[in-house]
Design a protein around this ligand. Structure first.
Ligand SMILES: [Zn+2]
Ligand SMILES: [Zn+2]
Length: 270
């Protein structure tokens, strides 16, 4: 909970903690309500993130949290780009219900964001105190966020089954059980550079597996030639035996079960 005052009134505004229910999406980019400031609706700037409204009456000013905080795109109600939405229609009927209101509408109300998808315009009294996170603060938090990457997630369990189909069905049953089971699975998450992190979601334990080094065929050939040339200094192997040695080593490495994997020989015929 935090307290604000606006420069034009001594009355304090209280910003309660943001509700955590599923209707209230968390603030983006790691922002918190601690980043919010209080302004009147007409002072909201483009790009400010609108997070809450204070009651516009006098008194305690209880907070009305915005379920899905949105970046403001403020404009006057007379030049709303929305082509008619339920809020604008309501405002139109309110305006036409009283002669004196036509002139009032423009200075009484502001639209903070035009209608989008199924959401109507956000029309509020121009003087309504709002809690917003300034556009510059939002932009800085967004820029400071680590970039998103692609991760491959693998789940693996061994099943006793009489066919691949049966094993797949057993796996499917087990995957479904995670929706209700209190024990979440252990998952392997493969990040960039081949580094794999094994995460046990039930206790938060993490183990990182560094990728085993791989060598190109040329690197193996060079290392093998150098080793054989060194040997050649002591024993006369002859050129033919030397190249045979390199070939034998390379074919040993072709073994997919070899503990010395190498990569990068696709373009080379054998
Ligand atoms: Zn509208
Ligand atoms: Zn609008």
């Amino acid at each position: 909970m935090s307290c604000f005052t606006l420069p034009d009134t001594p009355e304090p505004l209280t910003l309660t903690d943001r509700p955590s229910g599923e209707d209230f999406s968390p603030l983006p980019h790691g922002l918190t309500l601690g980043d919010a400031v209080a302004v009147r609706a007409f002072q909201v700037q483009p790009g400010d993130l609108v997070v809450a409204m204070f009651s516009d009456g006098t008194g305690l000013h209880p907070t009305e949290h915005v379920p899905g905080p949105y970046p403001a795109d403020p404009h006057t109600v007379s030049d709303c780009p929305c082509n008619g939405c339920e809020e604008c229609d309501d405002l139109d009927s309110w305006t036409s219900a009283g002669h004196g209101r036509v002139a009032d509408t423009g200075w009484r109300f502001a639209c903070l964001a035009p209608a989008e998808d199924d959401e109507p315009c956000v029309i509020v009294l121009r003087n309504r105190p709002m809690a917003v996170i300034p556009a510059a603060v939002v932009a800085a938090a967004e820029a400071a966020e680590p970039p998103e990457r692609m991760y491959g997630v693998t789940w693996s369990v061994d099943f006793d089954a009489s066919s691949p189909e049966e094993a797949a069905r057993l796996a499917h049953e087990q995957l479904k059980s995670y929706a209700t089971d209190s024990l979440p699975p252990v998952l392997e998450v493969r990040g960039q550079g081949g580094r794999t992190t094994v995460i046990d979601l039930s206790n938060g334990e993490q183990t990182t597996i560094e990728p085993s080094p791989t060598y190109t065929r040329d690197q193996v050939r060079q290392a093998a030639s150098a080793a054989l040339a060194r040997l050649h200094e002591f024993v006369d192997l002859g050129d033919e035996l030397q190249s045979l040695g390199v070939g034998a080593l390379l074919s040993l490495l072709d073994d997919p079960h070899s503990s010395y994997p190498y990569t990068g020989d696709e373009e080379e015929g054998r």
